[in-house]
Design a protein around this ligand. Structure first.
Ligand code: PMP
Length: 435
């Protein structure tokens, strides 16, 4: 076996790492730059997966790498609770200014999206002195116990891991392609938002509910974009009952939908907003930002963690925010436009594509065996993803049925890389239809 090849590492992986941490591409990375990944065998891949949405600004952007190196030479970790550093508070200030909502805010940092979700629940329960949390069908909020409980995809996230946390209630999401009420937008007048009021009758009184947590566009659930008024309707019901409105922008934030935050599309003002993934270009960092008075309610020492808000990650995030300017967001929008246009073209040719949807460059296709019955084309999706990888395109699936092909490509992808990637995808679809 060739030393340090994919095969070499794969044998080592199988012998030493459990099977549960899944792998999409059976490759080991040598290096990644922009929207290209090179494996240890020297094969190059176009990256439509962006480290599952962590590389919006592109792999190894030189400004970010310099910030990381510079900080690494000064200090790698002192623990914010023990000896503070400027990058943490500077980043908090930046996020307080950039996140939606024109009111004083405060931010603190943790290591992952799931941890940000856990902390939002802690703050909401503490502040409201209420226990219950409402989440949505198809939601994804992470793999720790509360985050996993809030997640609404049984496989692969929940199987065998129960019992889950108590006092979590669930509401159907505005999934128009598979409407929970079998209605059609806009005639439906977004009746599904009213199901929240129904939940207060059938399942939990609003006085017991601390927070509603929502993704403005459901990510892992299948890039489900609700009608633009939906979030506002949900928020106004929350306001009526004194329930906190927590927006999980871990996947949708940092420009992924073409605006800095997806909430910017729908004029909502979250009590708490969560960021992660692309915020530090792949370094482990997530932010919990909220209304200042709310964030100051938990007592001193009640929130935190050893590595939380690591200085290298904070410096990387500051560099990311400098790069995410109007120009790059404009590029993100053009990328989204081109992807959507190509996918709609594919849909005309390939029966298997039941729906094309997304917001900005957070776009993809739901694959079905039959456009009328909408039976999910699960095996075909898996086959397509695998075939793309063999041909040199890394692309991911998602969706409760795992039948959605999604793109999370870095915004810096070149036109040539983008067209080559689309070409591979088209070939893979054509092969699927001929089998
Ligand atoms: N919330 C959302 C919306 C996510 O997409 C994810 C990750 N896919 C998480 C939370 C969890 O983040 P992490 O994997 O960093 O814990």
């Amino acid at each position: 076996m060739k030393e340090k090849s994919n095969k070499y590492y794969m044998a080592m992986r199988e012998a030493n790492v459990p099977r549960a941490p899944y792998n999409i591409a059976p490759i080991f990375v040598e290096r990644a730059h922009g929207a290209l990944i090179t494996d240890v065998n020297g094969k190059e891949y176009i990256d439509f997966g962006g480290g599952i949405g962590c590389q919006n600004i592109g792999h190894c952007r030189k400004e970010v790498v310099s910030a990381i190196k510079e900080q690494a030479e000064k200090s790698t970790h002192t623990c914010f609770h023990l000896a503070m550093y400027g990058a943490y508070v500077e980043l908090a200030k930046r996020l307080n200014g950039l996140t939606p909502g024109n009111y004083p805010k405060k931010t603190f940092f943790v290591n992952s999206g799931a941890e940000a979700v856990e902390n939002a629940v802690k703050i909401a329960r503490y502040a409201k002195k209420r226990h219950s949390i409402i989440a949505f069908e198809n939601a994804y909020h992470g793999r720790t116990y509360m985050a996993m409980t809030l997640t609404s995809q049984a496989m692969p996230y929940k199987r065998g891991f129960g019992p889950f946390c108590p006092e979590v209630y669930r509401l159907p999401f505005a999934y128009c392609y598979r409407c929970p009420l079998q209605m059609t937008y806009p005639d439906c007048d977004i009746r599904c938002a009213q199901l929240l009021e129904k939940l207060f009758v059938t399942s939990v009184v609003p006085d017991d509910v601390a927070a509603v947590i929502i993704e403005p566009v459901q990510g892992e659930g299948g890039f489900i974009v609700p009608p633009s008024e939906y979030l506002k309707r949900i928020q106004s019901i929350c306001q009526k009952h004194g329930i906190l409105f927590v927006v999980d922008e871990i996947q949708t934030g940092m420009g992924r939908t073409g605006k800095l935050f997806a909430s910017d599309y729908c004029d909502v003002s979250p009590d708490i907003i969560l960021t992660g993934k692309s915020i530090a270009a792949g370094l482990p960092l997530a932010g919990v930002t909220g209304k200042a008075d709310l964030m100051d309610i938990p007592h001193v020492g009640g929130l935190g963690g050893t590595f939380s808000g690591n200085p290298i990650a904070c410096k990387a995030a500051l560099a990311v925010l400098d790069l995410l300017d109007e120009e790059l967001l404009g590029k993100a929008m053009s990328l989204g436009k081109r992807l959507k246009e190509a996918f709609l073209e594919f849909q005309k040719r390939f029966e298997i594509i039941g729906d094309v949807r997304g917001l900005g460059p957070m776009v993809g296709m739901e694959l079905v065996k039959d456009r009328k019955t909408k039976e999910p084309a699960v095996d075909e999706t898996t086959k397509l993803i695998r075939r793309c990888c063999e041909k040199g395109l890394i692309i991911l699936s998602c969706g409760v049925h795992r039948n959605f092909v999604r793109t999370l490509a870095p915004f810096v992808i070149t036109d040539d890389q983008l067209e080559r990637g689309l070409g591979i995808l088209e070939e893979a679809f054509a092969e699927l239809s001929t089998v």
